[in-house]
Design a protein around this ligand. Structure first.
Ligand code: PGA
Length: 270
């Protein structure tokens, strides 16, 4: 299975100038490494970056023709296209800006924007019907982890996907290519704390089994791990067959660490 390493830039960098610097550095470093033929081959690890909405069109234009995909970090729950929804960006606008994917259900959206099951159901449906791929984020809080509720929490969060499949059966055939699950324990995001590889592996196995159980024709999905992935721990996650890639926050803002993570997955999934 192809690996995925996705950079979630969140509300970074601060200026479009800094976005240009980061992107130029990323593209020139990849070019140099590929020419020297010493490191990653794009065919083994698909890279994607998710800039903030204001930078999405510029980043997508810069990445057009490169091996890196661009993604939004969210889409409006209210409409696939236009409408009177101040402050929102529709799935159609995201696609028109040049993105082919969107992250949805990130724990920071769930926490700071109270994203509910129904909100996420609308978002996922709008994104998929508009032809966008979806990186759907799930994961438990520290208290839920301590209470050993991880799998219950995940099952509840995955019920959004089950409902999409039930209500939009025509989307099923494209889901294996256009749906990625990112398992991100909330307590591991930006904290430097990580679960053991074996814990992540077991949780990923549960996620894969749960989703393939939603519909007979569904193939196994890619399931990524996210939460304090860095250049030092990437190899251990990449070595596990249940971990198909990484959703990377902080370490994606530095080209060196982002590409080190990508190289770890390229090597492991060779
Ligand atoms: P982190 O963030 O890598 O900085 O922990 C991951 C994420 O929030 O997707």
């Amino acid at each position: 299975m192809q690996a995925w390493v996705i950079g979630n830039w969140k509300q970074n960098p601060a200026t479009s100038h800094d976005v240009d610097l980061l992107l130029n550095n990323l593209l020139t470093t990849i070019d140099a490494k590929e020419q020297a033929n010493t490191e990653r081959s794009s065919s083994r690890c698909q890279l994607m970056v998710a800039p903030s909405c204001i930078h999405l069109a510029a980043v997508s234009a810069r990445l057009a023709g490169s091996s890196i995909l661009s993604a939004a970090q969210d889409v409006s729950a209210h409409s696939a296209s236009v409408g009177a929804y101040t402050g929102d960006c529709s799935a159609q606008q995201i696609a028109d800006a040049g993105a082919t994917w969107t992250i949805l259900g990130h724990s920071e959206r769930r926490q700071y924007h109270s994203e509910s099951h129904d909100t996420l159901l609308q978002k996922v449906t709008h994104a998929l019907t508009q032809g966008l791929g979806v990186v759907f984020c799930i994961g438990e809080t520290q208290a839920q982890y301590d209470d050993k509720q991880t799998l219950d929490v995940i099952d509840t969060q995955l019920s959004v996907i089950k409902e999409v499949i039930t209500t939009q059966p025509d989307l099923i055939s494209s889901l294996s290519d256009r749906l990625i699950i990112a398992y991100e324990p909330v307590w591991a995001i930006g904290t430097g704390k990580v679960p053991t590889v074996s814990e992540v592996s077991q949780t990923h196995q549960h996620i894969k089994q749960t989703i393939t159980g939603f519909a007979e024709s569904l193939k196994v999905m890619s399931v990524l791990y996210g939460g304090s992935v860095n250049a030092d721990n990437a190899d251990s996650f990449a070595a596990d067959p249940m971990i198909d890639g990484a959703l990377v926050g902080g370490a994606s803002l530095k080209v060196e660490s982002f590409l080190a993570i990508a190289n770890a997955f390229s090597r492991a999934k060779d």
